[in-house]
Design a protein around this ligand. Structure first.
Ligand SMILES: [Zn+2]
Ligand SMILES: [Zn+2]
Length: 370
């Protein structure tokens, strides 16, 4: 029997998502059917709506999600019905050029199929009532009551973490905490600067705290977000509208500059101060993104002196290892997630919530499904 469910469908950029009843495809052997219980509205979804990230359409967006396993394909071994899971958007083949070099985020299958917005077995997993095939953003498509993903993308976590908080681990929190834990090399005497205090930046602040950085400087243009960053572990807040970011980094580090600078602002203006604020030999990690055709300029002198710059998409995530670890950190009180949720909404309010994200009014809106 075909499963029908409600989902938000984007038909073209710069248009509202439409709530439609769509039909699920039959499960392939290594698929799992997930009943989505919570999905976060991430900036990447907004970039697709606003046309700076280009994907084929009609498409179901949503890639930061948690839910319950409802059904498993015959080849599924690790998961069973009723498992609580967080979804990973980085399925990978495990044996291509990049997988062999420990870079699943560059997996050739992942990048090829991701651009086509197909699921990882190369097929679409849902149709509109008209029969038209739907695309899925980032191998998930979680803005609906259900989604079908590969077994490797659904990571079982302790059932005591609430779904609305668990879903954040699937993208924003993994990316920010992972930048500090997995990408940058942060020592206990280090000064870390985090530029941009949205969900990803606030997670990076917490990651820097979890690895024991001595000083954590949070930078934003919103005093409310800076105050939240300080509750999450930042030792100083810098409002970039009022204060010089590079000068603040030097003040906190005997004039050298920060050992590590993590950028999580996603605006062209935020990349330039990262290389100004880092010390010679220091590390810069860029997490934000802008339109791929936009240009960014730097002062050449700021790029010299053995500085290392790395762009990271998913905080070097190893979801099977990291998602349960982050869920436990939340349950043990070491990772703050409640404070990242500005509002919980129903699926029907999705367009208003994207407007609020566009205007910088929210950290995270989370759709909850009954
Ligand atoms: Zn995301
Ligand atoms: Zn691969």
């Amino acid at each position: 029997m075909t499963l029908h469910y409600r989902a938000a469908v984007l038909h073209r950029p710069h248009s509202p998502l439409q709530i439609e009843t769509i039909a699920a495809a039959p499960l392939a052997p290594s698929d799992v059917l997930v009943r989505v219980r919570a999905a976060g509205l991430c900036h990447t979804d907004l970039e697709v709506i606003d046309g700076s990230l280009r994907y084929p359409m009609p498409i179901v967006l949503g890639h930061e999600a948690a839910g319950v396993i409802e059904e498993v394909g015959p080849a599924v071994r690790r998961l069973k019905k009723r498992d609580h899971v967080i979804l990973s958007w980085n399925p990978h083949c495990g044996h291509c050029y990049y997988c062999d070099r420990g870079l699943p985020i560059l997996c050739e299958d992942y990048l090829g199929k991701g651009a086509q917005a197909l699921q990882f077995d190369g097929s679409s997993k849902a149709r509109r009532a008209s029969g038209e095939e739907l695309k899925h953003l980032m191998f998930i498509g979680a803005f609906g009551e259900y989604c079908i993903v590969q077994e490797q993308q659904a990571i079982a976590v302790p059932p005591d973490i609430p779904f609305d908080r668990a879903c954040l681990i699937g993208c924003g929190v993994m990316t920010g905490v992972g930048a500090a834990l997995n990408v940058a090399h942060i020592g206990r005497a280090d000064t870390v600067m985090v530029i941009g205090c949205g969900a990803v930046g606030l997670a990076a602040v917490q990651g820097a705290r979890l690895v024991g950085a001595a000083k954590i400087i949070a930078v934003d243009i919103d005093d409310g977000k800076l105050e939240l960053a300080q509750r999450m572990g930042a030792t100083r807040g810098v409002n970039a509208k009022r204060d010089d970011v590079a000068a603040a980094a030097k003040q906190e580090s005997s004039g050298r500059g920060a050992d590590v600078v993590i950028e999580a602002a996603g605006s062209a203006a935020a990349f330039r101060p990262t290389v100004e604020a880092v010390r010679p030999g220091g590390e810069v990690v860029w997490l934000g993104k802008i339109d791929v055709n936009d240009e960014v300029s730097f002062r050449w002198g700021a790029l010299m002196q053995e500085k290392r710059i790395r762009r990271s998409s998913y905080g070097d995530a190893r979801p099977a290892r990291d998602f349960p670890m982050l869920a436990r950190a939340y349950l043990e009180g070491r990772l703050m997630l409640d404070e990242l949720i500005t509002q919980r909404i129903r699926l029907d309010a999705i367009n208003e919530a994207f407007s609020a994200l566009r205007e910088g009014k929210v950290i995270r809106s989370v759709i909850t499904f009954g």
